[in-house]
Write a protein that binds this ligand. Sequence first.
Ligand code: SF4
Ligand code: SF4
Ligand SMILES: [Zn+2]
Length: 261
Amino acid sequence: MELEIIELSERKARFVLSGVSAAFANALRRSITSEVPILAIDDVNIYDNTSVLFDEQLALRLGLIPLKADTTKYVSPQECKCEGQGCPLCQVSLTLSAEGPKVMYSGDMISTDPDVRPAEATVPIVELKEKHKVVIEAIARLGTGRSHSKWQAGIASGYKNMPAITVGECDQCGECIKACPRDILELNGNKVEVVDIIDCSICRLCEEACDMNAIKVSEDPESFVMTFETSGSTTAAELAVQAAGSIKKRAEQLGEILETL
Ligand code: SF4
Ligand code: SF4
Ligand SMILES: [Zn+2]
């Protein structure tokens, strides 16, 4: 297996994964969206709410605010020694108290753990008018995207086969260049060249435009261009490592089960 990183920022990654099957690429995609645990608000105690939002709407909005945290400090309630009763190992409390007139933002939440905070401080929760008041305690717990989208660490995760383009005997008419919606073909001297093969969508419009059957588009069955973003709860690099680790752990668990049969 080979890995070539094309783009890596705090919240986005794009890389070419070669020498693997489509099943493995898909397992990695699913692991990125569903198997990496992150913290999200799971319970809300509402002590006062005279805002225009119902309690349920307020709780829903809070649940969808991505929380940045060092998740290695926490365990899921199902695995915790407290057996789901709730303790500092499996949950963290965030309080929110505000009075109008003002817009209440995610950054107004005060966490009992300074390492747990909203990934963005400027997510608007509700606009409080004169005399409106909200007093809330929110409880965040670990979970995965498999059980609810609020725990989805990776978003916009997808892959495509690595494209391959060859150009044979050609009269340089330029029709394929005009047909390409991605503008990745160009005439260089008397040759048609591909500027950025990774951007090719394998739409094959260039093939259709060529009367000479000179240009051929194919895809490598064992090489994939993968892209994903994070919700902000973790970095793209951490997410990729944890997603791969989750596949390994589950494969080991499967091996252990098979050995007992
Ligand atoms: S397959 Fe589509 S995107 Fe790729 S080079 Fe041909 S026209 Fe452009
Ligand atoms: S359309 Fe065919 S013949 Fe014309 S430039 Fe492209 S590859 Fe060459
Ligand atoms: Zn606990």
